[in-house]
Design a protein around this ligand. Structure first.
Ligand SMILES: Cc1cc2nc3c(=O)[nH]c(=O)nc-3n(C[C@H](O)[C@H](O)[C@H](O)COP(=O)(O)OP(=O)(O)OC[C@H]3O[C@@H](n4cnc5c(N)ncnc54)[C@H](O)[C@@H]3O)c2cc1C
Length: 372
């Protein structure tokens, strides 16, 4: 294992990625695949930020994204996932458990069913595959649901990945591809000469590079040394979640029910998420948060009340004011952003990596990002 603590000496390289979440690790892996000499600097543990806290859903259609360019980006990201996971698995030897067996939104009354019908028309217009299920079909698909269920919309091709396995899988893939990863780094700061980024300083000294990529998630605006006009407007949005331990395959599909979503993992854990709270960098699990999630889950599937709560946790989504990511150059030469992925960073990891790697490896210039 080539993972290092923060004792590295200053040395040159092509690119430095700051932040080893799924965004930073995906970028590093893609850059290494293209022959770029890349180093990742992480202040904590790799893969343990929002990327660890997430549910791992790959849901560009179920999320009902409004902004058309962003919607297309998310749909393209989903299309890339099988190949991305195959490359990561092949390079690192860890299976991130990708399941694209569809995501079902469940209705319990006529108004909810009416909304699913309207959504099915939109899906049809855009050429996406789906199935509308009546109550019997819905219960046949997921017998755990309350018998008064009214129906469901199953969007084909969506699904989930085990994000807590994708982190270690990417880490292994990066290490085997020659990426240097420094964790537990202190006092991380960008170093600038004139209007050009020249490297990153940590408590052990300066590491130089031609390109520095900020992939710091919810902490993206906190990097010292960045000129004020290049500080991205990213803030944390807390999400609380919990997990139940279920008998094997009791729940088969990722489901959106009123007030919660349910995501079954291969190890028998059913993830129930998630709150959305603008409370700064706080990651408390509160009685109110857990109550709200369980209220939604148990109203939809009362049987779930029998099972053990195995874990509760909270993480920080990286949000921009318009809730769209910032992926690209800045007005500072050599300083790139891959931040603000908000609710869809697991989904967007492969396409973000591709976009940043294109900027690093292809000569043509792109206009710097702009934001308000
Ligand atoms: C409860 C919850 C559920 C979610 N569910 C989904 C989902 O189902 N599907 C989906 O697509 N997305 C989901 N998301 C969103 C997704 O988790 C994020 O968009 C994504 O993980 C962001 O990845 P990242 O690598 O940018 O951030 P992170 O994973 O947070 O990584 C950022 C890294 O930067 C490091 N860092 C911070 N400061 C410094 C510094 N000074 N120096 C060096 N390193 C630093 C951090 O330690 C961290 O490791 C969810 C998020 C939450 C909280």
């Amino acid at each position: 294992m080539t993972q290092r603590t923060a004792t590295d000496q200053a040395q040159g390289g092509d690119a430095i990625v700051i932040g080893a979440g799924l965004i930073g690790l995906s970028i590093a892996f893609e850059l290494a695949r293209r022959g770029v000499d890349v180093r990742v600097i992480e202040s904590g543990e790799a893969g343990h930020g929002a990327s660890w806290a997430a549910a791992g859903m790959l849901a560009p259609l179920t999320e009902q994204l409004v902004e058309p360019t962003f919607r297309k980006l998310c749909e393209d990201a989903l299309a890339m996932y099988p190949e991305f996971v195959a490359h990561v698995r092949e390079a690192g030897g860890v299976d991130p458990q990708l399941h694209l067996n569809g995501i079902a939104t469940i209705a319990f009354d006529d108004a909810q069913m009416e909304r699913l019908l309207l959504r099915s028309h939109v899906l049809q217009e855009r050429g996406h595959a789906y199935t509308l299920l009546d109550p019997m079909q819905t219960l046949a698909m997921e017998p755990v649901l309350d018998k008064h269920v009214r129906g469901a919309l199953l969007v084909h091709g969506e699904g989930q990945v085990n994000n807590r396995r994708l982190g270690p899988a990417l880490l292994a893939a990066c290490e085997r591809s020659g990426v240097t990863i420094s964790t537990a780094a202190h006092d991380v700061a960008l170093v600038v000469n004139g209007r050009r980024a020249i490297g990153v300083r940590t408590e052990t000294g300066l590491v130089t590079a031609k390109i520095v990529i900020n992939a710091m998630g919810a902490w993206a605006s906190q990097l010292p040394g960045v000129p004020s006009d290049c500080v991205p407007p990213v803030r944390p949005i807390c999400g609380q979640m919990l997990a139940l331990t279920l008998p094997h395959q009791l729940v088969q599909h990722t489901m959106w029910v009123p007030g919660a979503y349910l995501v079954p993992k291969d190890d028998g854990q059913l993830l129930i998420g998630a709150t959305s709270e603008d409370v700064g960098f706080q990651t408390r699990v509160t009685a109110q948060g857990v109550h709200a999630l369980l209220h939604g889950a148990l109203a939809a599937a009362p049987k779930l009340g029998e099972f053990t709560i195995s874990e509760t946790w909270a993480g920080l989504r990286p949000a921009t004011p318009d809730e769209l990511p910032l992926i690209g150059r800045t007005a500072l030469d050599g300083y790139l952003l891959a931040v603000g992925h908000y609710r869809n960073g697991i989904l967007l990891a492969p396409i973000t990596a591709q976009m940043i790697a294109d900027l690093v490896t292809k000569a043509e210039g792109a206009a710097p990002l702009e934001w308000k």
